[in-house]
Write a protein that binds this ligand. Sequence first.
Ligand code: C5P
Length: 403
Amino acid sequence: MFKLGNVKKSCYNKFMLSNKNILIGITGGIAAYKICELIRMYKKANANVRVVLTPNALNFVTKLTLQTLSNNEVYVENFTIDEYKPEHIALTESDIFVIAPASANTISKLANGICDNLLLSTACAFNKPVLVVPAMNTNMWNNNFVQENLSKLTKCGYHILEPDNGFLACGTNGVGRMREVEDIFEKTLEILSGKLKGKKILITAGGTKEKIDPVRYISNSSSGKMGLALADVAFSMGADVTLISTFKVEKPYKNVLTETALEMEKVVKENIEEQDCVIMTAAVADYRVKEVSEQKIKKEKCDNLTLELIKNPDILKEISSLKTKAIIVGFCAESENLLENAKIKIQNKGCDYLVANDISRKDIGFNSEENEVYILDKNLNIEHIEKNTKLNIAKQILERVFE
Ligand code: C5P
């Protein structure tokens, strides 16, 4: 695996990108001129580079420059044929699509499936990693539509290299400056090296639903967002992901829908043998109704309804006691004495890591886009992960667990 973080300083290995086909997409922004240097970096690392531009991008860089640097044909037009295949399909035969600089216009069109130029049609047909590197004026970057569209792209598994705060071509200082080409190069390496390639990871998510009768159930406030973020990030890091959730998702990885704790237990146990890691993010109900009514309970029949609840299996505890190769990660949500309770819990459950979060806080946790957690290991070492988006927290958890 490549050592990241020092590409700027060191001379990078000239075979780092051997056999890699990189497609660069350039849109109409002043930072387009910097992509000439990026092409040279990719080429020096032995990649095959092809370039597709939006018609607006041609105002900033010439085809001749890009052709000379990439030693390849450069593509702009939508309706020509390359080796008897439509160009937007021929271009998808690449390992990664790096769209840099990505304008507000192209980001918004990408997020809405619009295909009115060759770059966009190619992106729409592209089923491998896409790295989007925005560059724009600060007000455009802060625009609600642009931000909404960016989060749509993130949710769909696109990698976003967020812009820097700095001097902009429009003469102002602020967020919107395209990240340095060294950062883009490094991010490309990170994505292509797939830190979790070859790892099988099973993740549970959502609150289980314990049936009372055919229409009613007991559940909890878990949104499943943390588990979903872990599954998305693990997938983008190259892992073979299975998400077992109480809600259905349309994702490029395996998703098994389960409702109750018993169903979840069965699927987890059926799949655990082959896993390298199991992350129990789901809020599994501790109790279920002893006798589930086959028919809808009629309120006319009784004024007081008493439900007898019986204990559910503790899936995390049970799988932690099995002798499998999987690293087992549990979650704990506490409303008081977070770390004291977490220390007791990891010992009681016997899992390898426990991620603790404070549910008394309104700004993080349940249903929120953000979280702040502590990771405990078996030796009761504690690492604090500061408040951040659930996607970033997920990345840090996975990096810690697979350190
Ligand atoms: O004991 P507590 O519910 O706080 O533990 C939370 C952790 O245990 C989570 O990782 C959750 O997925 C898991 N759990 C479980 N089976 C249960 C209850 C919780 O696997 N019945």
